[in-house]
Design a protein around this ligand. Structure first.
Ligand code: LIP
Length: 293
């Protein structure tokens, strides 16, 4: 198979190699998070706000991922959440979220993941990159979601391996909808008003705290849809491939790719409704702010 999306020719042999590396690295980082977690784990630093935390294990997990990937693929680039940003020469870049759901990990809540995705193109350009192979380790359940472009998506764990086929609810009112919120208070206030409007329209809302797991659980049928504004490529690169290879639609306001502005996953009708719903309220908010300024 040669699949070109105008960036580079991806052979089936390369896809399989990248898939194998992603699986191995996600598993190794998941093992580190479990076996090496210090009893006195604390906050090592903060980013967007005092609640946007980084622990030493975020950094150690990313360091391990980079070390293992570099051994296997020395000419590839990196775009990691904790600052490993390196341009490679191969045309492949590894987008790594060493702990997606850091707050859950800090609080020992069993909903955090390691997301490792090999992509082609530039992950810093919206619409300018596509995932080729990915693995998302659901650490607490010792299972790994994984996919390679054109090869379907799967989950493997203590009960064996099964293929994922998206089957989201047809009706919005029957949809179990996941979302998430930013770390800045003013953003959260707006997002809270928006989700309050959606709550009576859907089956229920879940706020899990890991975009990667939200997207994998849409792929597996454990959620019907998911949307969030303010995520980064490391949050959604892995889940994007896993959800889309399972048959879910993944998009933003602007096209068939997720962006920082909006990430939306689910049945096409639901995703179309949610993107329009969020866009309308974002526009209203922008107009209010313009009047204030
Ligand atoms: C998390 C995202 C999640 C979002 C959280 C947080 P992190 O990523 O995966 O969707 O709602 O606020 O940003 O920071 O744990 O890697």
């Amino acid at each position: 198979m040669v699949d070109s999306v105008g960036i580079m020719d991806i052979t089936s042999a390369l896809t399989q190699e990248l898939h194998s590396v992603a699986l191995r690295v996600a598993r190794s980082c998941a093992q580190l998070l479990v076996e090496q977690r210090p009893a006195d784990l604390g906050v090592a630093a903060t980013k967007a706000s005092a609640t946007d935390v980084v622990t030493e294990m975020d950094r150690r997990s990313e360091d391990l991922a980079v070390e293992l990937i570099r051994q296997a693929r020395p000419h590839d680039g990196f775009f990691g959440e904790e600052g490993t940003h390196e341009a490679g020469t191969s045309g492949i870049t590894w987008i790594v979220d060493p702990i997606d759901g850091t707050v859950n990990y800090l609080y020992s809540l069993p909903a955090y993941a390691v997301s490792v995705a090999a992509v082609e193109g530039d992950p810093q350009i919206d619409g300018g990159w596509r995932p080729v192979a990915a693995a998302v380790a659901n650490v607490a359940l010792d299972e790994v979601f994984h996919a390679q472009r054109g090869g379907g998506s799967f989950v493997v764990g203590p009960q064996g391996e099964r293929q994922l086929r998206f089957s989201g609810a047809r009706e919005l009112g029957q949809s179990l909808l996941a979302t998430g919120f930013g770390y800045e208070a003013t953003t959260r206030a707006q997002q809270g008003l928006l989700v309050a409007e959606l709550l009576p329209k859907v089956r229920d809302i879940r706020r899990i705290g890991s975009a990667a797991l939200d997207m994998c659980w849409v792929a597996s049928g454990q959620l019907d849809a998911y949307y969030e504004a303010g995520c980064y490529p490391w949050d959604f690169a892995g889940g994007w491939l896993i959800a889309s290879e399972a048959g879910a639609v993944v998009r933003s306001f602007d096209g068939d790719f997720p962006t920082h502005k909006l990430l939306c996953v689910g049945r096409r009708e639901t995703v179309d409704y949610l993107t329009e719903f969020v866009a309308a309220r974002s526009q209203t908010q922008d107009q209010k702010e313009a009047k204030r300024n």
